[in-house]
Design a protein around this ligand. Structure first.
Ligand code: SF4
Ligand code: SF4
Length: 243
């Protein structure tokens, strides 16, 4: 018997696939794969770590639990869900990836993602970069004043902060105020131009949520609840998250 066939008859982890199917919407359609490869073509993680979504799913269907739960490829998947949209059978591979991430102990998960989640949990704004609410408010004010002064026609530009009762509550990815503040301006101009009633908040303001990528359900929920509370506290009607 050659090495490949030996690998394929390793003992199965019978409960994993069953459990995965029970957790995924409509069972994730995991057993419906036609091996057509449509998922591979559009996947930005195809070929990384010698893996692609079709191969990953085959490993699951063949019960290769150990490889499934140890391949670092699960951390290369961007959770973009392109594979699901491309798949004629709507096989939910990213949700399977998510479950496999959860089999990694917390300390073995990628440090960058883990650190970003921790930062979000430790700041009132839920900033993955650890930016404080005061810094966020300062940068927004500073940039809006600069634009008003230096860009003709933008003298009335607004970027409201903590505006009670505004219709739209807007989140902002931390990267912009921290590293590329000017990139916030085009959206402000659009909102101003259409007369939108909107606001940023000093609480729950960061748009990103790395706790989701960390596959930490509890932390993910905590971050989302904090942001939802910020929306409610300001009495906003619509929550806009541009992530
Ligand atoms: S969700 Fe993951 S597996 Fe699917 S296309 Fe995106 S990166 Fe690839
Ligand atoms: S696109 Fe769907 S059916 Fe085709 S190989 Fe990928 S998972 Fe299987």
């Amino acid at each position: 018997m050659n090495e490949t066939s030996t690998t394929l008859i390793q003992p199965l982890e019978p409960m994993f696939l069953k459990k995965a199917a029970s957790l995924l919407p409509e069972g994730g359609n995991l057993n419906l794969c036609l091996t057509c490869g449509a998922c591979v073509a559009g996947c930005p993680a195809s070929g990384l770590e010698d893996m692609d979504p079709r191969k990953f799913l085959r490993l699951a269907l063949f019960g290769q639990y150990e490889e499934l739960t140890t391949t670092p490829w699960v951390w290369q998947c961007t959770m973009c869900r392109r594979c699901v949209y491309a798949c004629p059978m709507h096989v939910d591979i990213p949700s399977l990836v998510y479950l496999c991430r959860q089999t990694w102990s917390r300390e073995t998960r990628p440090k960058g993602i883990l650190g970003s989640c921790e930062q979000a949990l430790n700041t009132p704004g839920n900033s993955a970069m650890g930016a404080s609410s005061d810094d966020f408010a300062f940068v927004v004010q500073d940039v809006v004043e600069e634009v008003r002064e230096n860009q003709p026609g933008q003298e009335n530009l607004e970027a409201p902060m903590d505006k009670q009762g505004a219709y739209y509550f807007l989140n902002q990815n931390s990267r912009e105020p921290v590293t590329e503040p000017d990139e916030m301006v085009p959206l402000w101009k659009i909102l101003n131009m259409v007369g939108a009633d909107w606001t940023y908040s000093t609480k729950g303001w960061a748009a990103e949520n790395y706790c989701m990528f960390l596959a930490d359900d509890e932390a993910w929920e905590k971050v989302v609840r904090n942001k939802a509370k910020a929306v409610e506290d300001l009495g906003c009607k619509v929550w806009l998250n541009t992530e």
